[in-house]
Design a protein around this ligand. Structure first.
Ligand SMILES: Cc1cc2nc3c(=O)[nH]c(=O)nc-3n(C[C@H](O)[C@H](O)[C@H](O)COP(=O)(O)OP(=O)(O)OC[C@H]3O[C@@H](n4cnc5c(N)ncnc54)[C@H](O)[C@@H]3O)c2cc1C
Length: 378
């Protein structure tokens, strides 16, 4: 049995970002991760550090995403120092490009609701005209149907696989332990410590953090927590490399630092089927060419499906168990966006108990307060 100050279950994005922060707090931390054959959103996502559409229905989640975006530049620089890996962070704003009046009206309505719920805290996102989009993307020809975009100065992006590598490497170099092929099968409490049982041994610590995406629903009840997670598939298309033209983060068509153009993102309710479909590829490619006709000349080289880790209201869940104090869950969609805030604030909460104002809103108890139609747990 190996003993630590904290066990973090999950080596995707939530786990390593939080574990990295826990090492910074001086805690002896181990990350236990499952094998390569499991669902892992950290390896199939779009790479956006995205704020503008986050938190419909819960402004605090919007503010949490915005806080993370603000922390990102320092965080990315720190990861570069700690690991030697540059995560290709851009923070010059982001646009969701709008095709036709119906899309513009719908986006305007959503933004009005978010502005109202933000109150004095403010909601900084605006609808801009087609000419403004042209100015922000010099050298790019827009499709005829483009009417404008919603723009937020808080948005940006990173290379998500480099982010994952930077987190793992920095954490290890700071003395953190990362154990792969260590699927946690069972968690028990012996009166003073949590014991996580894996096929490669047992690990004990007075604190345990469940940050293992879809794996949480099985483990959370073992520490007296109920954490509802809903799977949703996103398919992504990738083109061959091209000259860099799309100089800022865009919601559905993103040029990476390596030159490829990622086109996304479906939202499909297919349980845990992470396959791809030709119809989705066609629909995504057609829309991308409507936005940027010059993309029609690029070859598609890859496509994948990946299952999002969503909560019923698409906002984050952070909880400490009342039955077993010292056991925590941390989960959300947007693990790329939230990596900085998890490394800073979530880690501090776990290490010291200190919460940022309003943090308790993230408890999953909100799903039991008068919400009648919570989707079933998986
Ligand atoms: C198509 C798509 C596009 C996305 N785009 C974006 C984006 O643009 N921006 C953004 O911010 N987010 C995006 N996301 C979301 C982001 O990828 C996830 O929020 C993030 O990966 C969640 O991190 P996680 O660590 O909670 O889960 P995961 O990344 O899924 O990692 C979970 C880890 O836990 C491990 N695990 C599971 N069970 C156990 C167990 N019992 N014992 C040990 N280990 C276990 C798994 O092996 C895995 O490594 C996207 C997701 C998808 C699918």
């Amino acid at each position: 049995m190996e003993t630590f100050d904290v066990i973090v279950v999950g080596g995707g994005l939530f786990g390593p970002a939080t574990a990295y922060g826990l090492r910074q707090q001086g805690l002896d931390t181990v990350v236990l991760d499952d094998g390569d054959d499991v669902l892992r959103a950290a390896r199939g996502n779009f790479g956006l550090v995205w704020v503008q559409s986050k938190g419909m229905g819960m402004h605090h989640y919007h503010a949490w995403s915005r806080e993370s975006a603000h922390l990102y530049a320092d965080f990315a620089a720190e990861l570069k120092d700690g690991s030697g890996v540059a995560v290709a962070h851009r923070n010059n704003g982001g646009m969701h490009i709008l095709l036709g009046e119906t899309e513009r009206e719908q986006r305007r309505r959503e933004m009005d609701i978010m502005r109202q719920q933000a109150g004095v805290d403010g909601f900084e996102c605006e609808i801009i005209e087609r000419e403004d989009v042209e100015k922000m993307l010099p050298g790019v020809r827009l499709g005829d149907a483009v009417v404008g975009a919603s723009f937020s100065k808080h948005d940006g992006d990173v290379n998500p696989l480099k982010l994952l590598r930077a987190l793992h490497t920095s954490f290890r170099r700071m003395g953190g332990k990362l154990r792969t092929d260590c699927r946690v099968e069972n968690i028990r409490h012996d009166g003073s410590a949590f014991i996580a049982e894996t096929r490669n041994g047992c690990f004990a610590a007075p604190k345990i953090v469940l940050a293992c995406g879809h794996g949480i629903t099985r483990l959370a009840p073992m520490v007296g927590l109920d954490t509802p997670i809903v799977p949703q598939r996103g398919q992504v298309l990738v083109t061959e490399r091209a000259e860099p033209v799309l100089g800022m983060a865009l919601g559905n068509v993103r040029q990476t630092d390596e030159g490829t153009v990622q086109i996304g993102n479906t939202e499909e309710d297919v349980e845990y089927d992470d396959g791809t479909t030709l119809s989705a590829s066609q629909a995504m490619a057609r829309r991308a060419v409507k936005l940027f006709p010059q993309l029609a000349g690029l070859r598609l080289i890859r496509t994948w499906g990946c299952i999002r880790v969503l909560t019923p209201d698409k906002c984050a869940i952070y909880d400490e168990s009342e039955e077993y104090p010292g056991a925590y869950v941390a989960t959300s969609h947007s693990g790329v966006t939230l990596a900085a805030v998890n490394a800073r604030h979530t880690a501090r909460w776990i290490a010291t108990g200190e919460m940022t104002p309003g943090f308790e809103e993230f408890s999953a108890k909100r799903f039991n307060k008068g919400i009648q139609d919570v989707p079933s747990h998986h």
